[in-house]
Design a binder for this molecule. Structure first.
Ligand code: NAD
Length: 434
């Protein structure tokens, strides 16, 4: 049973810890946030992720999964150390690598024998080489270690499922020594014939950015088509369906919406733009993705403005604040962007999200009224705006909505309703590109 330390207990670190504990490894998840670790030790999840709390408790009960803030001790205990700390957007869009480098320093100081250091955090090309340099410079006793780049591809809301059923596992090494251990750690996936991509570290780092940028491009593309549809009177749903049936294109990530958000696509496209600039490579497609996504978010506000003479004093019911359904994550959420812009325009907002309200309160404060459910959000509203595609918003009682609202506008910014059905309830439907 491998002894594995996971540093950083966020979406990626906790998923990795629970997943590897389920594979039979002995896991110590660590973080600098005392309250997070203290809650985890009581079996309390730090964020909403379907199915995770049960898996957490099962593995804790078997004593395969433990939590600590004593990171140096944890590194000394472990044979393999996973780095899963955040790499948020930093100055001028560059990835902020301070947490990764702090961890590298601590690893260097705590080495007490050969260890494999696995980077799960998304890091720009060349970062693992810097991690190696930092570890080496603090590794005064000159213990052996190897670096492995093993980027994560999970989706929030389906994190554990994705851990057990990844489309592929990418392993970047510049040295064959750690490969067999990584293979054995991921043995259950290997046995299930999940494709493994063994490559060098730089290629592995760039695979992660290429995947995220490509997916962001698909979203930005269909959003751009939706704007075109609005202008020329075509139906983006039919276009996306027909495009998706083309095996060369594929139907996934062709759903128009208020723009991509979350903790990955926005920062990773920005970071890719920055590290491409540093090596003087023109990445005009990446630049266009970022620009196009900003346009889409602002376009959501413009569509609302067009329907009212002025937004000052207009009351809107907002359904959804998370950047997508099945998560409480509001980082770079287009819903939060739209809400902030509507507040600037003077609109009065009642907002509701099934999971993200507590996080939203930290950024929106007292500027909006927090409704207790979707119907409470639209009482006396001039319009309703669906911004996140939660399942519970897909089957609203339209007649009840029409009777509770004082106005008629129904902005379906996830295109989840049938226009005729909404309009039969004497509401006025406005989707995206339909
Ligand atoms: N969230 C996703 O869907 C996702 C998917 C794939 C890859 N990633 C990448 O994985 C990395 C982690 O993302 P996340 O969403 O899990 O982040 P997160 O913000 O949820 O968690 C990061 C954790 O690291 C901890 N931390 C920060 N500095 C630390 C330090 N010095 N020592 C110990 N712990 C420290 C924080 O307290 C936090 O709990 C990022 O690079 C991200 O781009 C994220």
């Amino acid at each position: 049973m491998f002894k594995i330390a996971v540093i950083g207990t966020g979406y990626v670190g906790l998923t990795t810890g629970i997943g590897l504990a389920n594979f039979g490894c002995s896991i110590l998840c660590m973080d600098i946030q005392e309250d997070k670790i203290s809650n985890l030790n009581k079996g309390i999840m730090p964020f909403y992720e379907p199915g995770m709390e049960e898996a957490l408790k099962v593995n804790m009960a078997c004593n395969r999964l433990n939590f600590s803030t004593k990171i140096a001790e944890g590194i000394e205990w472990a044979e393999v150390v996973f780095i899963a700390v955040g790499t948020p957007q930093g100055i001028k869009g560059k990835a902020d690598l301070s947490a990764v480098m702090n961890v590298a320093e601590l690893i260097g100081k705590s080495l007490n024998g050969y260890k494999i250091i696995v980077t799960k955090s998304t890091v720009p090309v060349g970062t693992n080489e810097k991690i190696k340099e930092v570890i080496s410079s603090f590794n005064t006793k000159k213990h052996d270690f190897d670096i492995v780049s093993n980027p994560e591809f999970l989706r929030e809301g389906r994190a554990l499922y994705d851990f057990y059923h990844p489309d592929r596992v990418v392993v970047g090494t510049d040295n064959p020594r750690p490969v067999e251990t990584i293979r054995r750690i991921y043995r259950p996936l290997y046995l299930n014939e999940i494709p493994f991509v063994f490559t060098d570290i730089r290629t592995s780092e760039l695979i992660k950015y290429s995947c995220n940028s490509f997916l962001a491009m698909k979203v930005a593309f269909i959003n751009e088509i939706s704007r075109l549809c609005d202008a020329v009177g075509a139906d983006v749903s039919k276009i996306a369906y027909a495009m998706g049936k083309d095996g060369r294109i594929g139907g996934k990530f062709l759903h128009p919406g208020p723009g991509f958000g979350g903790s990955c696509f926005p920062k990773d496209t920005e970071a890719m733009k920055m590290f491409a600039e540093e090596v003087n490579v023109d990445v005009s497609i990446i630049n266009a993705i970022i620009q196009s996504n900003n346009t889409q978010k602002e376009y959501m506000v413009e569509k609302i403005k067009k329907r009212f003479a002025r937004l000052k004093g207009i009351q809107l019911g907002i359904l959804g604040l998370a950047f997508k359904s099945e998560t409480d994550d509001i980082r770079e959420s287009p819903a939060v962007f739209v809400v902030k812009r509507l507040i600037e325009e003077g609109a009065v907002l009642r907002v509701y999200d099934p999971q993200a309200t507590e996080n939203a309160k930290l950024v929106l404060g007292e500027k909006v009224f927090y409704a207790i459910n979707e119907y409470d959000a639209i009482i006396n509203a001039d319009g309703l705006v669906i911004l996140t595609e939660w399942n519970q918003f897909r089957n609203l009682d339209l007649l009840k909505i029409a009777s509770l609202m004082r106005g008629k506008m129904f902005f379906d910014y996830r295109n989840i309703y049938d226009m005729a059905e909404v309009e039969n309830s004497s509401l006025i439907y406005e989707g995206i590109g339909r």
